[in-house]
Design a binder for this molecule. Structure first.
Ligand code: GDP
Length: 468
């Protein structure tokens, strides 16, 4: 059965009943959930569910849990708990039934197949969340936050996405759009009614407002936020035997790279993700940088130089038990001016490296560590935290746009506002301001899904996982 649902943008769409396994199907687990949403969800559930208590689910009150069995004809498929949630206070705003089954892929697939045979349709990836959006329960920034929560790699990213899901971005954007629209209306009105509003007042006032809006948008966009979401691209550098692999292993807490006493054995680059003080580091362990004629090693050294190009952080490991040599000087020349932390490794041994010479060459903090004794790592973590959680980034309630699509829209809104500011400076006529202000208004709308086309909505939700 299809019914017409009112779209939040005023159009009407067809809605049928969808079903999917909402938990991971890759392995067996304690429980697995099959979820169904749509106008027929309760009717279909009544066809397959026999509760311990008599009576039909359609007659039961909403938001209740029922114990019973899923039957395919006379065959029992599983013993389940069924969650009955009737519209409108549900994830999708439609009738939703969730069936807690035992968590084996076969049993979950059998329950899903049965629901489909009884009239449900397999859900597309992200379709439950798409319905929540289309039915007006959440905006697009919140829908994307759902996906980001699932994919969060760090405590920061998770907190940020939860903040976004709670609507903090939405509220800010709505406020910004409201005040931009207010000014557009005011400019229009003043042009229509020149006797009451002096057009000479318009430019300075709008210019002042633009400053405020731009700093609000700047507050939402932060380079650090990208880094924290995607991870800090970190390169570990140092001459052979400085202890790069050993440091990496300490950070990873496991033996992943091969550690040997022969110079130059770490021939390739390895990439690993570690979580240091809540910050995800994507670490590239490189072949020791040194002058070499060995072809394989040369490839590794070239790769190390390549990976330096887009690194957010360079960890330079110095073997403090030996004197600095030409390799060290080459490395320091290469990384000067970059975001560097120097690890003075092997602090358990006597110091022969001259720290003053390093301080001379590099403007970077030095940390004494011993990969062998696993000391100094806390100081490293504190430094990284200070570097990437400083400024306007912190574990507070501020929420940032970390999603590339949303950030691009915010950037375009800022560009449009800049154009207005320039028009004001150049003394352009006031009616020109409204065109760019309107563009900024529209672009901000894209962030929360206002004025976003059907194709873009499909593209966004298709990135979701199944059953969400
Ligand atoms: P890489 O070539 O820079 O990756 O260096 P490795 O991690 O392979 O380490 C080279 C050698 O130094 C190995 O024998 C390690 O056991 C040793 N080593 C690494 N870190 C320390 C440390 O903190 N103290 C001591 N005493 N030896 C270390």
């Amino acid at each position: 059965m299809y019914i017409l649902c009112r779209h939040l943008r005023g159009e009407y769409i067809l809605s049928d009943t969808i079903a999917a396994v909402s938990t991971a199907m890759t392995s067996s687990s304690g429980i697995g959930i099959v979820r169904m949403s749509g106008p027929d969800a309760v009717r279909i559930a009544d066809l397959v569910f026999r509760g311990k208590r008599p009576g039909k689910l359609s007659d039961m009150p909403s938001h209740t849990i029922h114990y019973g069995y899923i039957f395919d004809g006379d065959d029992i498929i599983d013993e389940v708990l069924l969650m009955l949630m009737k519209a409108p206070n549900t994830y999708t705003r439609e009738d939703v039934v969730e069936i807690d089954c035992h968590g084996g892929p076969l049993v979950l697939q059998s329950v899903l197949d049965l629901l489909i045979r009884r009239g449900a349709r397999p859900a597309d990836p992200g379709e439950f969340t798409k319905r929540a959006f289309l039915n007006g329960r959440i905006d697009l920034s919140q829908a994307e936050a759902v996906m980001d929560i699932i994919q969060s790699k760090s405590t920061f990213a998770l907190k940020n996405s939860v903040g976004m899901l709670r609507g903090s971005i939405k509220d800010k954007i709505i406020e910004l759009r409201k005040s931009i629209m207010h000014d557009i209306a005011w400019i229009e009105a003043s042009l229509d009614d020149p006797e009451h509003i002096d057009s000479a007042d318009i430019g300075p006032l709008i210019a002042e407002h633009i400053q405020g809006w731009m700093s609000e948008i700047d507050g939402l966009i932060s380079e650090n936020a990208r880094v924290l979401k995607e991870g800090v691209k970190t390169v570990i550098l140092g001459k052979p035997n400085a202890g790069k692999s050993s440091i990496m292993n300490v950070l990873l807490g496991q033996d992943r790279a091969i550690v040997t006493d022969i110079a130059g054995t770490t021939r390739d680059t390895l990439e690993e993700e570690v979580n240091l003080a809540g910050i995800p580091l994507i670490i590239v362990d490189t072949a020791g940088i040194h002058r070499t004629d060995d072809l394989v090693e040369k490839i590794g050294v070239d790769r190390a130089r390549d990976s330096l190009k887009d690194a957010d952080l360079i960890i330079y490991v110095v073997d403090r038990s030996t004197r600095l040599d030409q390799n060290d000087y080459d490395i320091m020349d290469m990384i000067r001016g970059r975001n560097v932390i120097v690890l003075m490794n092997k602090s358990d041994l006597e110091c022969r490296a001259d720290a003053a010479q390093i301080a001379d060459k590099l403007d970077a903090p030095l940390v004494e560590v011993s990969a062998k004794e696993e000391t100094g790592i806390d100081q490293l973590a504190a430094l990284v935290k200070k570097m990437f959680l400083s400024g306007n980034i912190s574990y507070n309630d501020q929420v940032f746009l970390t999603n590339a699509r949303q950030k691009a829209a915010a950037d375009r809104a800022r560009d449009s506002l800049r154009l207005v500011a320039r028009s004001i400076e150049d003394g352009m006529p006031e009616d020109l301001f409204t065109v760019d202000l309107m563009d900024a208004y529209e672009e901000l709308g894209h962030i929360i899904g206002q004025s976003v086309g059907e194709d873009m909505i499909d593209a966004i939700f298709s990135q979701f996982c199944m059953g969400k």
